[in-house]
Design a protein around this ligand. Structure first.
Ligand code: KG4
Ligand code: ZN
Length: 349
C-alpha cells in the first residue's frame, strides 16, 4: 500500500495529489477558488460546491498525469472527510467513493485539521513524540498534545474566531482584498506595532484557549471611531493603516507564542509542529523560532501550509495502515469532533 491519491475539498481549494509511502510527493495540484469568492469578501458556500464539482475530475486527472501514475497503479484513495463546508465536502467525499468503486481501490477518510499537522511532519524520517501541535487556519485554532498519529489531547482552542478568520476580517476592515491574511502580513511589514498597542483576548480559567473577537472590535473602533458600525468610513490617515495592521499582528502572534510556550511546558514535549494557512506567516515563524531555540520546531515545507491534498494522501497512508479502509457509507464531518479529540480524531464510522 504505497501509492495514495489524496483529495481535498473542505473549503475553497479543489486539490489532488499522489504521494508514495506517506512522504514522497509525486504531484500536488491545487485549484484555488480565491478569485470566485473575492467579490464577496469571503467564501460563498454554494458557489464553492459548484466549483468543486467542475474542478474535481480535471484536478484528479492532472495529479495522476503529473505523477505519471495510472489509476490501476494506485493502492489507496484518501479524502478529507471534514471539518468543512457541507456542500464542498460532499463533492470530494462522494467523488472519492465513486473513484474507489470504479477503480476497485480502498478508500479512507481523514481529518483535515490533523492533516495540517501531518504536513509539518511529512518530510521527517522519524517524528519525536510526544509533541505539541499548533494548527492555525481559516477555520481552526488548536493546541494539541500529539501522543502518536491519530491520538491527540486537546489543550487549547478558540472560543470565537479562528486566527486566519480574524486576519481575514481585520484585513477586510482595512480594505484589503480577500483572502486578507497574506495581504495584512505584507501591510504590517511597513507599520510600527507600538503605535496601536492592541491586546489579544484571554479566556477566564482557560489559559491555553484563544479569543480573537475582542481585538477585532478594537481594530474596528481604532479605524472608524468608538462604537461605529462596520460600514462606517475609515477616519485614520492612509499611512496609519500599516501601523494598525502591525499592532494587530503583533498582539495576536505574541499571544499565540505565549500560549504555545505554556502548553509546551505542560508535558515532556519533544518537538513543536505548526500547520495551517497562518503558518505561512513569516512573523509567526520568526517569533516562534526566537522563543523555542532549544525545542525542535517544524513547519510545513513549501506549498503544504495552506489547504492541499498531499497532506491528505500522506496522512491517509498511515491511517489506512493503522485502521484499514473507511466504510463506503462514511459520512462527511462538518464540525471538528471536539468531544472525541481527547482520545482519537474521528476518521471512520
Ligand atoms: O489552512 P487554510 O489554507 O484553510 C483552512 O483550513 O482554513 O488557511 C487559510 C487561512 C486564511 O484565513 C488566510 O488568510 C490565512 O490562512 N493565511 C494567513 C497567511 N497566509 C494564509 N494569515 C496570516 N498570514 C499569512 N501569511
Ligand atoms: Zn485547512
Amino acid at each position: 500500500m504505497s501509492l495514495v491519491l489524496g483529495i481535498e475539498s473542505t473549503c475553497d481549494e479543489t486539490a489532488a495529489s499522489v504521494v508514495k509511502g506517506g512522504k514522497e510527493i509525486l504531484s500536488n495540484v491545487v485549484a484555488s477558488q480565491a478569485d470566485l469568492h473575492a467579490v464577496y469578501g469571503g467564501v460563498y458556500p454554494e458557489l464553492a460546491a459548484r466549483r468543486h464539482l467542475e474542478m474535481f475530475l480535471p484536478v484528479v486527472q492532472e495529479a495522476l498525469i503529473t505523477a505519471e501514475v495510472k489509476p490501476e497503479a494506485l493502492d489507496l484513495i484518501a479524502v478529507a472527510r471534514g471539518p468543512g463546508l457541507i456542500g464542498a465536502l460532499l463533492i470530494g467525499l462522494n467523488g472519492a467513493k465513486a473513484l474507489s468503486l470504479g477503480w476497485n481501490k480502498p478508500f479512507v477518510g481523514v481529518n483535515h485539521v490533523e492533516a495540517h499537522l501531518y504536513a509539518a511532519m511529512m518530510h521527517l524520517p522519524s517524528v519525536p513524540l510526544p509533541a505539541l501541535g499548533l494548527v492555525l487556519s481559516g477555520g481552526h485554532s488548536f493546541l494539541v498534545k500529539i501522543e502518536e498519529l491519530g491520538r491527540y489531547c486537546l489543550l487549547g482552542t478558540t472560543v470565537d474566531d479562528a486566527l486566519g478568520e480574524a486576519y481575514d476580517k481585520v484585513a477586510k476592515l482595512l480594505g484589503l482584498p480577500y483572502p486578507g491574511g497574506p495581504e495584512l502580513e505584507k501591510l504590517a511589514q511597513s507599520g510600527d506595532p507600538s503605535r496601536f498597542p492592541f491586546t489579544s483576548g484571554r479566556v477566564k480559567g482557560r489559559p491555553l484557549h484563544f479569543s480573537f473577537s475582542g481585538i477585532k472590535t478594537n481594530v474596528l473602533y481604532a479605524l472608524k471611531g468608538q462604537n461605529c458600525s462596520k460600514e462606517a468610513p475609515i477616519l485614520l490617515e492612509e499611512s496609519d493603516k500599516a501601523h494598525v495592521a502591525a499592532g494587530f499582528q503583533e498582539a495576536v502572534l505574541r499571544d499565540v507564542v505565549e500560549k504555545t510556550d505554556l502548553a509546551a511546558k505542560s508535558f515532556e514535549c519533544q518537538a513543536l509542529f505548526v500547520g495551517g494557512g497562518v503558518s505561512n506567516n513569516q512573523r509567526l515563524r520568526h517569533l516562534l523560532k526566537e522563543r523555542f531555540h532549544s525545542l525542535p520546531l517544524f513547519f510545513p515545507q513549501k506549498g503544504l501550509s495552506s489547504d492541499n491534498a498531499a497532506m491528505i494522501a500522506g496522512l491517509g497512508y498511515h491511517i489506512f495502515k493503522q485502521s484499514g479502509p473507511s466504510p463506503i457509507d462514511l459520512s462527511p464531518l462538518t464540525r471538528f469532533p471536539l468531544d472525541s479529540i481527547d482520545n482519537q480524531v474521528n476518521h471512520g464510522g
